[in-house]
Design a protein around this ligand. Structure first.
Ligand SMILES: [Zn+2]
Ligand SMILES: [Zn+2]
Length: 386
């Protein structure tokens, strides 16, 4: 769109910049976003509350903590609207800063700032990702006192709070006899996190009836069977999926370098600089293995792989590891890598990336389907709760 504006007689205004900036944030495109912000500042459009909030979202989504804090402080000092509060809370939620989100929420309520329905979804989400179950229950039970009409998204995120914490009975009670697929899917994701076969099998029956073409129950249940070492059952479920003509969603990771976006698909060798990347990956593996990393083959999801060697090799080909190796090929001395993944990062990649951050002295941020993981010096900001 930016390129389109430059060849057409269109002068971009606040709304244009707003849309473009949010696009750069969602596509995790820091280079293009920074250029836009420079233009916004040159045109002195950065005093608008909407633009400030969009800049906050951009910096938060591209993990520029310093700038995020600067803008956040500026917004909070100027009597912001609920829209800005929600952007700040969402930034905390995205980075697993549940306590900060809760403190801000409490101060809003104390200062008579009226939250809206989105505020509740966002705060519950922040608490869910930080494992703050008690606090989430408290807020969920006061929705109506806060003069907010309870919505389906509030219920979904509360199911997520329970499921993520392994409180399956509470989650099931809340869902009751609902036929809303999203509620059951959320609970199923919790089963995968805790590898709870019993409940996953039950939900599989429910979900495949409600949404027969959805691949997620097949994949999640088959992955749980694999984790428990039951290859036969895992193969059965995958076979059933093929029979129904349901396609698996591949793991895709995107990374940006100097304004160019690269795409990596798990298991595929179709990416630029294959040989160089493969050599770099081996070099990185040697380093992290030397530091104590061991491949956790319980996270292999392909039931056809039998030998330990094949399983380890398949873990090496997860898109996150390839994208990181590729980033080092492009810039060997880099200090930061930013990745976006369409699926939940697997535990083996999570562990490997923590080691890589320390051994290669690099900050790695992975935005997966659930949240942001900020790896630094061998540790992740999620404290292994995701
Ligand atoms: Zn992985
Ligand atoms: Zn993490």
């Amino acid at each position: 769109m930016k390129e389109y504006c430059s060849i057409q007689p269109i002068i971009p205004d606040t709304t244009t910049y707003l849309v473009l900036l949010i696009g750069c944030a969602d596509l995790v495109s820091p280079t293009k976003g920074k250029t836009l912000i420079k233009e916004i500042q040159e045109k002195q459009l950065d005093s608008s509350e909407m633009i400030k909030s969009a800049m906050l979202t951009f910096y938060s989504k591209t993990c520029n903590q310093k700038k995020t804090t600067e803008i956040l402080t500026d917004i909070l000092s100027s009597n912001p609207s609920i829209m800005s509060y929600n952007c700040i809370l969402a930034s905390y939620a995205r980075h697993g800063q549940g306590k900060k989100a809760l403190n801000l929420f409490k101060s809003m309520v104390k200062n008579s700032v009226q939250p809206n329905g989105d505020t509740i979804t966002i705060i519950l989400n922040a608490l869910s990702h930080s494992g703050m179950v008690e606090e989430a229950i408290k807020i969920y039970s006061t929705i109506e006192t806060l003069k907010i009409i309870p919505s389906p998204s509030h219920k979904t995120v509360m199911v997520d709070v329970f499921a993520r914490a392994g409180l399956f009975n509470e989650a099931e009670q809340l869902i009751g006899d609902s036929t809303e697929a999203i509620l059951w899917r959320t609970l199923m994701a919790g089963c995968r996190k805790h590898n709870n076969i019993e409940i996953a099998e039950k939900i599989f029956e429910i979900l495949t009836k409600i949404e027969p073409t959805d691949p997620s129950p097949y994949i999640l249940l088959s992955n749980i069977y694999m984790f428990k070492g039951n290859n036969t059952k895992a193969s059965e479920i995958r076979g059933l999926m093929v029979q129904q003509g349901i396609k698996k969603i591949p793991g895709i990771v995107y990374s940006e370098d100097k304004g160019t976006t690269y795409q990596f698909i798990s298991g595929s060798s179709n990416y630029p600089l294959f040989t160089e990347v493969e050599n770099k990956r081996k070099e990185i593996y040697q380093k992290i293995i030397g530091a104590g990393y061991v491949s956790d083959t319980r996270w292999v999801t392909n039931a056809q792989l039998i030998s330990e060697e094949e399983k380890i090799d398949s873990l090496c080909r997860h898109a996150e590891k390839i994208a990181i190796s590729h980033a080092f090929v492009l810039q060997p001395n880099r200090k930061k890598i930013l990745l976006t993944s369409n699926l939940r990062v697997c535990n083996d990649c999570h562990n490997a990336i923590a080691y890589i951050s320390k051994e290669m002295n690099v900050e790695i941020v992975v935005r997966d389907a659930n949240r942001y993981h900020h790896f630094k010096n061998g540790k992740c900001s999620c404290n292994d709760y995701w």
